[in-house]
Ligand binder design. Structure first.
Ligand code: HEC
Length: 124
């Protein structure tokens, strides 16, 4: 294959992905994709958030973390008020979005937003 053909094919692939992602996001509105417990196990206690915050994560891992944070923000905490939950999870959504976008400040934002104690005291 000539490199031009490869370039055209890969840009088609990118387009397909761009179209597919919003459709998936719409599905997510109906039912949360990750339960709070799962997010804690995989992203908070698990290595995902640390890996993304340290800048060693792949694009896939950054996207996965962002999807988890979005799901977390849509989940209902079993304790605490909604305003506080929105604020705490909103910071995580913003920080993980910055990581996906390749923002150099994302690591610091993530570390600050993933304040285990602040959130557990009010919501766990
Ligand atoms: C935005 C809020 C929030 C933040 C930030 C947060 N947690 Fe949690 N975490 C929760 C809530 C809510 C629960 C209770 C989930 C439940 O039982 O449904 C929980 C539960 C847990 C659990 C128990 C999971 C289980 O299997 O029952 C662990 C472990 C945990 N968190 C680890 C962490 C660590 C480590 C951090 C920091 C790096 C962290 N969490 C940051 C909200 C948060």
């Amino acid at each position: 294959m000539s490199s031009k053909v490869v370039a055209v094919l890969s840009s088609i692939l990118v387009l397909v992905c761009l179209v597919a992602i919003p459709a998936k996001a719409a599905e997510d509105d109906a039912a949360p994709k990750f339960k709070t417990k799962d997010v804690m196990k995989k992203a908070m206690k698990g290595p995902l958030l640390k890996k993304v915050a340290s800048g060693d994560a792949s694009d896939e891992e950054k996207k996965e973390l962002h999807a988890m944070m979005v799901a977390l923000s849509k989940n209902k905490p079993k304790k605490g008020d909604e305003e506080s939950w929105k604020k705490l999870t909103g910071a995580l959504v913003k920080a993980s979005q910055a990581a996906v976008a390749g923002d150099a400040k994302a690591g610091g934002m993530l570390k600050k937003a993933a304040n285990c104690k602040a959130c557990h005291t009010s919501h766990k």
